[in-house]
Design a protein around this ligand. Structure first.
Ligand SMILES: [Zn+2]
Length: 424
């Protein structure tokens, strides 16, 4: 099936060149686009055409670190104890929530997250999932939800020792079965302080065997480093390096707030990518890092806070002013680096036929020379009019068309109530 966009002002996401054109969009994970002068005339069936008159068309967006499991947390009852530090936040908020998830709630969480991603122009999602008492089938549940909305994805299950060996092994098995079935994804690990040596060793072996990387939180809080020094007599990146985790292609290290110079060196010389999530870091009060020191393999995530990558980019820009004096091109590259990550690691679902149509009528002119000023200070998710994922129209005129929005949100509300009852 071919989709046509007419009257577009196309912005090439790499060189920022503006072209007035019609666009032919081919469907499929490997599909491309063609800039054309006029639409073809079909004698057999009517063409599927989207009119982008007065609007801008460019590459859609990707999220480098998400947690769909946190979707039903919005407005949930307060925890039994007010958290006083990062470990408390995990213990009393997130681990209490994820232990109560069942497959139905996971499905609702994934559908609602996918809905928000789609409406925000995010067509590729890298997720890190935890549900210790509903491990089996969790990844396929998320995959099917994302597929039904039409998003591409790279999923993983968050393996750890925090709930004992049995649940750790379930995480390993779930991951192995998901990857061996031909699905693209990572071997997920929670963080150094919840992952014992056997667990880490098995995870790296599995990742190597499945030709993928690990996806793990690294030094999100100082307590992760303190724990690693105390129990392993080394720092977190050194521990991952010694276990072979830095040699794997496609690995993602979330946060990386507390690294010393030696760790930064190891990271820069590795194949691993860093996912930066500044809003989450502020929310958890864990501090912020100058991630510019970590090399050029840095991308942006949301850490499950929301599904809006334009918002993540703005937050990283403003905070980056203080930490690293980040430039307009610097933040735009970081926002777009996920495409490089996907391409370099041969993952599917981020071809040129992933597009967003922006209804952005600015008070000043926008062109190739000043686009980045509009990117930082003007364009936001409210301008996302329509979204095309792998050549398929999934959002049209701000409405999800690949599934029923109202049904998804009603289902999520129902599952939210069910979850909250279990929490109290
Ligand atoms: Zn995270």
């Amino acid at each position: 099936m071919t989709l046509y966009i007419k009257n577009a002002r196309f912005i090439d996401w790499q060189n920022l060149k503006f072209t007035k054109t019609d666009i032919e969009v081919n469907e499929g994970k490997d599909g491309g686009i063609k800039l054309i002068d006029t639409l073809p005339v079909s004698s057999t069936e009517p063409l599927q055409v989207v009119d982008a008159r007065g609007k801008f068309v460019t590459k859609s967006f990707g999220c480098g670190h998400h947690h769909i499991y946190s979707t039903l947390a919005r407005g949930m009852p307060a925890p039994a104890k007010t958290p006083e530090n990062f470990t408390d936040i995990l213990k009393y908020v997130w681990w209490n929530l994820d232990k109560n998830l069942d497959l139905e709630m996971i499905k609702a969480s994934a559908l609602a997250s996918a809905l928000y991603c789609a409406k925000n122009g995010v067509t590729f999602v890298i997720d890190h999932h935890a549900s210790p008492f509903a491990v089996e089938g969790s990844l396929v549940t998320i995959k099917e939800a994302f597929d039904s909305i039409g998003l591409s994805h790279l999923l993983c299950y968050e393996i750890s020792d925090r709930d004992g060996e049995k649940i750790r092994d379930r995480g390993l098995t779930e991951t192995k079965e998901y990857l061996k079935a031909g699905n693209q994804g990572h071997v997920g690990l929670h963080a150094s302080f919840t992952v014992g040596d056997t667990c880490l060793e098995k995870a790296v072996l599995l990742a190597r065997d499945c030709n993928t990387g690990i996806h793990i939180h690294v030094a999100e809080d100082l307590s992760d480093q303190d724990h690693c020094q105390k129990f392993h007599n080394k720092r977190v990146i050194q521990r991952l390096y010694d276990a072979g985790g830095l040699d794997l292609s496609g690995s993602i290290f979330g946060h990386c707030i507390y690294l010393d110079e030696q760790e930064k060196r190891l990271l820069r010389n590795s194949k691993a990518w860093v996912a930066q999530n500044v809003e989450s870091n502020l929310n958890n009060n864990v501090g912020l890092a100058n991630v510019a020191d970590y090399g050029d393999r840095i991308m942006l995530g949301t850490d499950g806070m929301h599904s809006d990558m334009l918002r993540s980019a703005k937050a990283a820009f403003y905070l980056g002013q203080e930490k690293e004096g980040i430039s307009f091109p610097g933040i735009y590259d970081r926002f777009r680096n996920i495409h490089r990550f996907i391409k370099e690691n041969n993952f599917k679902g981020d071809s040129d036929n992933n597009l967003v149509i922006l209804d952005y009528n600015a008070p000043t002119q926008m062109n190739q020379d000043n686009f980045l000023g509009h990117f930082v200070y003007g364009i936001d998710s409210s301008h996302v009019q329509s979204v095309i994922s792998s050549g398929r129209l999934i959002v049209e005129d701000k409405k999800l068309v690949s599934a029923n929005e109202e049904d998804i949100l009603n289902f999520a509300k129902e599952m939210g109530c069910k979850l909250w009852e279990k929490l109290t």
